[in-house]
Design a protein around this ligand. Structure first.
Ligand code: SAH
Length: 681
């Protein structure tokens, strides 16, 4: 079967019809999946194995046969652990067909075909009985169905069903229980991911302040989880206002209810501050005693234990509906509301002399609806984008650049999604500002919105005026990779006939930069695992490799590198420039060269990012902000994702006696807007 998918090319903006075989989605799923990362998660694997051995042991001690149900078997790993631990039989359920096929192969290769039956079904479709998928109910339930929010992948309804239909009463369960922890914090940095802070602009006629409208101020935001590598958040970026407390736990060995519910805990503020954020993570106890514990606790909670790096489970940041000033010693109630798949939080203050009845009343007060954005800004701007718009340093650079190019008679056109530039340009004295798509409050007479695509722009849209200043950040919500924002160049080309002959374009140009790096941990997500806890999972490695090579040209992938530390092995290098004062050329832009490796380390890949040259001497980087020369540690723009091109083979330059270099060839196809890369080590 062939499917044609229509999509707008993120760089050129043109509509394209791509022929997608049914394999496409499946390869994407495998290539970008977290299976490799899970297999590299030693701490998780070791503890599952310990928990499984203990559970099989307890069942055997009771003189029973150990019948295991492994829901979401993936590679079959947990079933193979159970079989090795002496389980009599395992039913390994996997809904994703390519994975179920892989599990069959892996189980066979490891010699467990007689002990493990792989069933390619969703667990809720599995039947029990003499003619069923399972001969009888299981007495050991093993799963790994958790995401960073614990329940986001549907663990609760799956457990609920399994207890009703697939396992025996009083079964053993690995993990035995999960516990969710929370800590209340104040953090300007994290709060800036939800709220738009006022923007101050020094204009000719005094200071102007851009304030967000009240509906935005009071908006609860969006329900989607904000999961990050909290271990990369320096302690100077937040203040803890409470101790770590247990919010709720789930015992997986007993019937589980998935219906919506609330949990409430009392907290005491340990400091004065503004309660804004609830940080949350969970741990799982693999056995009833709690001796085998696998935790996602961040660095400041258990400073002594070594942290296991993992990307498939991180930590959650929840935004309270409003910030709440709290006093040291003040009693607070924190409520976690959840439905089947997600969690959200509310904070209330305990009233003076509160009694049990009041407490009950509080409980009734709690809003149970999940947050829904009413102001629409949270739909337009995702969290990193909020952070970017709140970055005062960045705004200052745009203001300075605008100030350089704007005159009182400037007729300005802005091309960027959900941008504040039109408002800034207006405040800074532009005579007229035109803007594609943005709804601004109370500035309708000054900032005109053009609801058309750039190539459909007509002189009448601009009241027959010519544009003297064309501005963009550039930023587009459709951009995934850094160079997708080159759409600005295509839009600029499309509106060429509307530009005055002496038009100023801001940014005047952009450049693509590149650096060779060694990742501290991110390399794991693309690195083969081979043997995992004694089981040969190479079939999975091969499958991931095939999927990565599915499209002939290997592609770069977006990652927010502030969350994934790396060491630079080369100097940053400018590889391509794009001149926005001219239209997009017909011919390709290509470059070849080599980068010298200056430091010892493993070359895992190349990082690429864009820099925008706003005006003379003012540039902004969406990638590298700073680099320390001796160690090569890097500071990355915290609001942007950078492009990472993983090398298929890693070179280890231990001795740098001979000059080592990486040669590259990079080609920007101006027709398709695609960048193809090739590296040789
Ligand atoms: N057990 C493996 C893989 C865990 S990933 C390991 O620990 O390494 C979770 C897997 O569960 C995914 O492959 C997903 O497709 C599958 N899955 C999730 N919910 C399921 C359900 N209800 N029934 C069957 N498979 C499920």
């Amino acid at each position: 079967m062939k499917t044609f998918c229509g999509r707008a090319n993120p760089t050129t903006g043109s509509m394209e019809w791509l022929e997608e075989g049914e394999d496409y989605d499946y390869h994407q799923e495998i290539a970008r999946s977290r299976y490799a990362d899970m297999l590299h998660d030693k701490d998780r694997n070791v503890k599952y194995y310990q928990g499984i051995r203990a559970a099989v042991g307890r069942v055997k001690e009771r003189g029973e046969k150990a019948i295991v149900l492994d829901i979401g078997t993936g590679t079959g790993l947990l079933s193979m652990m159970a079989a090795s631990a002496g389980a009599d039989f395992c039913y390994a359920i996997e809904v994703f067909k390519p994975m179920a096929n892989a599990a069959v192969k892996i189980v066979e290769k490891n010699g467990f075909s007689d002990k493990i039956k792989v069933i390619n079904k969703h667990s809720t479709e599995v039947t029990v009985g003499p003619d069923g998928d399972m001969q009888c109910r299981a007495n050991i339930l093993v799963t790994e169905l958790f995401d960073t929010e614990l329940i986001g992948e549907g663990a609760l309804p799956t457990y609920e069903h399994a207890h009703k239909y697939l396992v025996q009463e009083g079964c053993e369960s690995v993990p035995h229980r999960a516990t969710v922890y929370v800590q209340l914090v104040e953090s300007k940095r994290m709060w800036s991911w939800k709220k738009l802070f006022p923007v101050h602009v020094e204009a000719e006629d005094g200071e102007k302040i851009l304030v967000p409208p009240s509906e935005m101020e009071n908006c609860p935001g969006v329900p989607s989880v904000c999961d990050i590598q909290l271990n990369q958040m320096p302690s100077s970026d937040f203040t803890t206002l409470s101790d770590v407390v247990t919010m709720f736990s789930v015992d997986f060995s007993k019937p589980v209810q998935s219906a919506s519910t609330n949990y409430r805990v009392q907290l005491e503020a340990v400091k004065c501050g503004k309660a804004q954020i609830v940080l949350s993570w969970w741990d799982i106890d693999m056995d009833p005693s709690g001796m085998i514990n696998c935790t996602m606790a961040p660095y400041w909670v258990k400073p002594t234990s070594a942290l296991q790096w993992r990307d498939h489970w991180m930590q959650c940041v929840y935004f309270l509906p409003n910030e709440e000033p709290v006093l040291q010693g003040e009693k607070l109630y924190l409520t976690a509301c959840r439905d089947e798949y997600s969690v959200w939080y509310n904070l209330q203050k305990a009233r003076e002399g509160e009694n049990k009845a009041d407490e009950e009343e509080h409980k009734a007060d709690v809003h149970v609806e999940s947050p829904v954005c009413r102001c629409r800004a949270h739909l337009l701007w995702n969290r990193p984008r909020f952070g970017e718009l709140n970055d005062q340093n960045r705004t200052r650079q745009y203001i300075e650049a605008l100030r350089k190019v704007l005159k009182t008679d400037s007729i300005c056109l802005c091309i960027s999604d959900g941008s504040l530039l039109p408002v800034l340009a207006h405040y800074l004295g532009a005579k007229q500002v035109w803007y594609f798509f943005f709804k601004t409050n109370h500035l309708e007479d000054k900032i005109k919105i053009i609801e058309a695509r750039p190539e459909l722009l007509k002189p009448s849209h601009l009241e027959d005026k010519k544009i003297s200043v064309l501005v963009g950040e550039p930023f587009f919500t459709t951009s995934l990779l850094p160079w997708h924002n080159l759409y600005f160049w295509y839009a600029r080309t499309a509106v060429s006939t509307h530009l005055a002959s002496n038009v100023t374009v801001l940014p005047q140009s952009a450049s693509l930069h590149m650096m060779i790096v060694e990742f501290q941990d991110l390399w794991r997500i693309r690195s083969p695992c081979g043997i995992c806890e004694g089981f040969d999972v190479q079939t999975m490695d091969d499958m991931i490799k095939d999927s990565l090579n599915f499209r002939e040209s290997k592609e770069a992938e977006p990652h927010p590198l502030w969350e994934y530390p790396c060491k630079s092995l080369s100097d940053p290098q400018e590889v391509l420039t794009f001149d926005f004062t001219k239209t997009v050329p017909q011919h390709c832009l290509s470059t070849e060269g080599s980068v010298k490796l200056l430091r010892k380390g493993k070359s895992h890949g190349a990082v690429l990012w864009m820099e925008y040259h706003l005006a003379a001497d003012i540039s902004v980087s969406t990638g590298l902000l700073q680099m320390s020369n001796e160690k090569g540690s890097c500071e990355w723009n915290p609001h942007c994702k950078q492009a990472v091109y993983f090398f298929s083979s890693v070179i280890e330059s231990e001795i740098l006696s001979l000059p080592t270099a990486v040669t590259y060839a990079i080609n920007f196809d101006t027709k398709t807007g695609e960048i193809a890369m090739d590296f040789k080590l």
